[in-house]
Structure formats: C-alpha cells, structure tokens
Design a protein around this ligand. Sequence first.
Ligand code: 9Z3
Length: 309
Amino acid sequence: MNPITWEEFYLRNAAPSDLESRKKEIQSFCQKFEPSDLRVVLITSGGTTVPLEHNTVRFVDNFSAGTRGSASAEYFLKAGYAVIFMHRYKSLEPFSRHFSGNELLDSIQVLKDDSLQVDPAKAPVLLPILKDRKEALDSGRLLMVNFTTLTEYLWILRASAEAMACLNSRAMLYLAAAVSDFYVPPEKMPEHKIQSTGGPPEISLQLVPKMLRPLVADWVPKAFVISFKLETDPSLLVSKSQEALKNYRHKVVIANELHSRKSRVTLVTPNSHHEIVLSKEELDAGVEIEERIINDLVEQHTSAMTTLN
Ligand code: 9Z3
C-alpha cells in the first residue's frame, strides 16, 4: 500500500502543543547567525518512538543510543559550526556522553573539611571536555532541542529546516537519527491501554511518507543535506544510497552497517563513493570515526558553498 503524502501526514497528525514556542527558539537561533559567516548544522540524533495507544503505555522503539549524533555535534562545534542538536529525549548528548552511570560523581572527592575536589587522576580527562563545553555554551553556538515520538520528530524537523532556510548554503542538515519507517495512524490507535483480555492484538503499521523529499525540494532548498542509510546486509549499502540520492537529490548519503558502524562507513555522493575505516589500533587509541566523517563533510560543504555562491 502506498504511504499517504507528506502534506496529509501533517494534516492528520497533530503538532506538539508547544511547537510554536520551540519554533521561535529555533528561528531566533538561526537569525542570530544570519548576518555572520558562520555555518549552522542541524544534527538529528537517537531513535523515535511509535505509540500504540493515544494514552501511551506501549510503543515501538529502536536501538539508537545517539552515539553518532552526539559525537558528531562535538566535532562540528570544533570545526566552528553552530549546532542545533535535535535529539531523542534522554539519549546521548554532546559532552555528557563521555560519562556513564556514576563516572562523573566518582571523579569528585569530598575532603575532610567538606569541600570538594576533582580527583587528580580524572582531571586530565575532564578538563578538555569541560573547556570545549564552556566554549560552545559561552559562544551561544549550541541549541538543544528534544523529541520523543515519530510525529514530534517530524514536526520539529520541518520547523527547524524552514527556520534554517534564511542561512542559504551555510546551512547543513546531518540526519543521523534512526527514524521509524512505520507508524500507527491516530485514527487506528485505541484511546486506552490495549487489554490482554482481548487476546493477542493485531497491530497494523503503516508507511511513513519520505520527508527527505519536501525537505530537500521545498523546506531548505539551498542547504547541504546529508542523510544516513542503515542496513544489516552490507551488499545493499551503496546501491540503496545511490537510489536515495537519485530520488531526493541531496548531497551525501552516509552508509553504515549495524554492527560495523563505529569503524566503517561509506560516504556516497551522486558521482562517487569512498570509505572511511578505522583500524583496530585507532579504535583502541580512542579515535572516533565521527571526527573523520566531519572533516570530510566540512570540506565538501566548503566546496559546495563556493560553487553555489
Ligand atoms: C544511522 O544510520 C546512524 O548512523 C545510526 C547511529 C542510527 C546507526 P547510534 O545512535 O547509531 O550511534 O547508536 N542513522 C540513520 C538510520 C536510518 O533510519 N536511516 C533511514 C534508512 O536507512 C533513512 S534516513 O532508510
């Protein structure tokens, strides 16, 4: 069955109640950089939920932790970009991603006089992260925007993309979130929690329209748009990415396979493709593949901007 059109999706799926205020925040962030030379990237990160009930107790989710997006945000900030970090609520965030569980609390010691001290052994790890974070916050180059459900994601994505249009070719969209391809339309969703007394439920998921199409063609036509393609069969990666580029006419698809995604990606453009691979030694030394990806994309963005302007 064909998916509904993207226009119909927005008509049938209500916007989050606070959309207007969030939109304003994103618009003023973009307008702040409109008169400057600064480039702005929208990063989407983490997975989306698909509710099964209006009063949601249960939902369909996916594996994404937001590692790719949160690491990428730090490298874009280092490269001088302003970053709109549109992430799944409670998924990994730039800077805090380096600390899991009680790691941060464990790095602070309580002294005999009740004063606090950073564990001298942990300070060399903490210091560069705190300095980079301070720089990003003091310069006003980081905007955090969160979402949880697929519908919320799609409304905020559209509002953000439209707000970025004023930046023309200085805008980049880096769509790393793992967005559900399927959802339960509101008219097919029960109001209340599905009861087990009714036997096993038959849940019919429908296709989500491909939002890359209006995003590239209508919402931010001059932006440098990068999407991600995730497969579990590596033999499909390049051909499916080329197909996406042909269909949506954006600039780059980053193809990755689920299990090797931290050490190997393929950057596919309309005319070529190349791999970025980390060796075992590099991985052991803590090199992150996102650093290489972002260096590559910044160069491609620079040359696209010079051709366009
Ligand atoms: C990706 O492929 C990301 O690299 C990952 C990152 C989600 C694998 P983690 O958050 O994982 O670091 O754990 N994102 C896009 C996946 C996706 O849903 N792509 C769609 C597709 O392949 C289209 S945009 O069809």
